[in-house]
Ligand binder design. Structure first.
Ligand code: GDP
Length: 425
């Protein structure tokens, strides 16, 4: 049985925690898209961890963690993260890396930095991890699959030479930076192929066998539906699909095997980087929510950047859940809202003076203003509560309001950052 855990919003919904909880009941956890540009924060009995490249099942000995073919693999970051986790007392996790995964090359990171610099004020707010240049190369068919590193040295050098003709032209003429040599890239590949030998595997065959054996498989998404290149706020999106449907491609499993799509929804909104964000708030109101948000404030897990803040957006979240094909919702960070007398919620948009309930295309989205309703707050700390019925009535009212608005059952409520802060309905 395959279950996907994905985000309905702009990312940072708390997917890491929910995946960590579900990993305990899974045999396999797979990352199927994205790279080390985003991070999941996980708090468990080993401590607090920010994972960027590793699947969230690494804290669980019985889980096989897979980096699927759809991922942008940053080998240095992967090895660094394995070391960080094991140095802090976590036993060496079981990790398999798809032989078909493509590798983030040194020039991808360099180009990401150069391009953001060149764009200046018009930049995407990229984490400069090389993700956009990486996926561009993958689809331009000049990327390196991990398995290619194990071909003959001559073939590898010939390909590097071919790729560098184009890269060096850009470095020289567009970015005015020193050119790269075949030798330096080749040396890096030689180092990487030794380091990756213990991890590379035919994960496609492994997964098809696991499906036959009725193993429990978890697909772990990164970022959220609104950052999807097709259905998100293009161009302020990421470069690989963030949708559960892509899990089939990025992991290599039949689409009909994905039976459950747990979509993580945040009880308020936050976003990183530029792009449309209708329910965004500013000034002191935003500062307070940012300071109180998540676990220790709403700051990027990868960059430490302050996140943009906003109230819950029913329109965007309903759309995000639909894009994901949500079967159940996990509503997170509900505890954070306990300080408010009244909780503003964006219930619809005003587009050129007309009330709309659907999430429009980006061109129209730019002109949308939030229509806000206020729900009564609960003014207390709800962490530590373990049963839905024990939550204050106004908390339940808020949850049920959201459930009604998005049209998907809220099956899980997260009322704190720790593993145990979870309520099943
Ligand atoms: P992800 O990328 O979707 O996993 O999200 P992040 O890890 O970037 O952000 C979620 C943040 O919220 C992390 O700091 C989590 O520890 C924290 N978090 C997750 N669930 C809850 C919750 O229910 N309450 C609180 N207060 N924090 C939470």
């Amino acid at each position: 049985m395959v279950k996907a855990i994905v985000g309905a919003n702009w990312g940072d919904e708390g997917k890491g925690k929910i995946t960590d909880v579900f990993a305990a009941q899974s045999d396999i956890v797979i990352r199927f898209q994205g790279g080390s540009n985003a991070g999941h924060t996980i708090i468990n009995n080993y401590g607090k961890f920010a994972l960027h490249q590793l699947p969230s099942g690494v804290f669980n000995q019985r889980v096989t963690n897979i980096i699927g073919n759809g991922v942008a693999l940053n080998i240095d970051n992967l090895l660094k993260e394995i070391k960080e986790v094991t140095d802090r007392g976590v036993p060496q996790p079981k990790i398999l890396v798809s032989d078909r995964v493509q590798v983030v090359m040194p020039y991808h990171i360099l180009f990401d930095q150069c391009e953001e610099e060149r764009l200046g004020k018009k930049s995407f707010g990229s984490t400069k991890s090389g993700i956009a240049p990486f996926y561009s190369d993958k689809f331009a068919k000049v990327g390196f699959e991990l398995c290619e590193f194990y071909g003959s040295d001559d073939e590898i050098k010939e390909k590097i030479e071919r790729v560098l003709v184009q890269k060096n032209a850009l470095l020289r003429d567009l970015y005015h930076k020193p050119e790269l040599t075949v030798e330096e890239i080749f040396e890096k590949i030689c180092e990487w192929r030794e380091q990756m030998r213990p991890y590379m595997a035919d994960t496609f065959t492994f997964l098809h066998q696991a499906l036959k054996e009725k193993k429990t498989i978890l697909l772990e998404g990164q970022l959220g539906a609104l950052k999807d290149p097709d259905f998100g706020i293009y161009p302020m999106v990421t470069s690989s699909s963030t949708l559960a449907g892509y899990g089939s491609v990025g992991a290599g499993i039949p689409p009909y095997e994905i039976k459950e799509i747990v979509t993580v929804v945040k009880a308020y909104s936050s976003a990183v980087g530029a792009g449309e964000f209708v329910s965004e708030i500013f000034g002191d109101e935003a500062d307070e929510l940012r300071r109180r948000g998540g676990d220790g404030g709403e700051y990027g897990a990868t960059t430490g950047r302050p996140r943009r803040m906003g109230w819950f957006d029913c329109v965007a979240t309903r759309y995000g859940c639909a894009a994901q094909g949500a079967t159940t919702v996990a509503l997170t960070v509900l505890d954070v809202l306990g300080y408010l007398d009244e909780i503003p919620v964006c219930v619809a948009y005003d587009l050129d003076g007309k009330r709309i309930d659907h999430f429009p295309n980006t061109n129209e989205l730019k002109r949308c203003k939030p229509i806000i309703e206020k729900l009564p707050g609960w003014k207390c700390d709800i962490r530590g509560i373990r049963r839905y019925e024990d939550l204050p009535v106004n908390v339940r009212r808020y949850v049920e309001f959201i459930e009604q608005a998005i049209g998907v059952p809220v099956g899980i409520v997260s009322n704190g950052p720790a593993r145990e802060d979870i309520i099943y309905r």
